[in-house]
Design a protein around this ligand. Sequence first.
Ligand SMILES: [Zn+2]
Length: 391
Amino acid sequence: MKITGDQQLIKKMNKSIVLDTIRQRQPLSRADISAGIGLNKATVSSLVSELIDSNLVTEIGPGESSGGRKPTLLLFNKNAGFAIGIDIRVSDLLAILVDLEGNVLHEKSVSLTDFSPEKVLEQVRKTILLLKRKLPESPYGIVGIGIGVPGLVNEKNRVVSAPNLGWDNVDLAGALAAEFSDNIHIDNEANAGAIGEKLYGAGRDSLNLIYLSLGVGIGSGIIVGGELYRGTSNFSGEVGHMTIAENGPLCRCGNRGCWETLASEKALLDRAAALDEHDEAPNLESIMKAAKQGDPAAVSLLNEIGSQLGVGLANLVNILNPELIVIGNRLSLAGELFEDAMLRTIESRSLSYHRKKTHVDFAKLGIRSTALGAASMPITAFLTDPDVTID
Ligand SMILES: [Zn+2]
């Protein structure tokens, strides 16, 4: 019998659903899958056989029987292949090698001094090669690469603008494709961070969440109904440029009083530098240390950052009524020092019905949220279409 294009597509979709069910609910039997997704047992068995042949699923010893023969249980083979996730930040890049369930096998961070696209690309290449040397034996090798960048990335995988790196229109994926993989995903760092926390971190059980990336600037990734909200041109989430103070400090975007001029790591350091009579420029670590020792200036700086964060967050709570807000990136390291002021301000400024069910949490993945989210993108693409092999 000739299989038509439609049948091919349906088979591919069913296979992907079966694989997804095994990943979510493992260990489980063929009968469990059949009952769980409503496909008949013969179809499930045939799809499972194909998944076993392609090394994505393995069988383990018999499970509990409800009478009769004990069923063989199935497991997702998380070591069938690996992915690389990279977070390009303003001071350094963080690269991780993960298995197909996002467990980190190796990690490498490299400091960046020259941000020209050529130099950064060279560092990215070197780091990928270094991680590839740590790669365990596996059927698929590297299935793909994901990279988060602090800037705008369009729907064609191209970095349109990354002001903190001085980049305009950079095709990172194109530059790496020939050497490494066609399965390369470039995304805004906050979008990648949101996906990382949703899949592996604080947002696992939340369908509607905002991941707030507090770094040199402020960005966000907005997840609605379990999916990233990307906007019309893939540029959603630039909450750092909400106007909070009409005549506030001048922002790098040309506007005045943007949220990130008042509540980012850079805002904190700028204020600390203005107060400090010493020659040495303060950094986040030194301010945190001073605040922990009770230094009144440091405590008051962090309280001020906390309340400015709360002002913007109250706006987001009123607009989006999220279930969860996850605070991530560098400044979240000082979370416990500004949390009270931030929560107090959200409480006093947001609408009571809106904030009732909103929780505020800090990133569970620490500074790895973006790298893990970036690595998950090629994994998702690979597992949605497991017959396409790369590397
Ligand atoms: Zn701005």
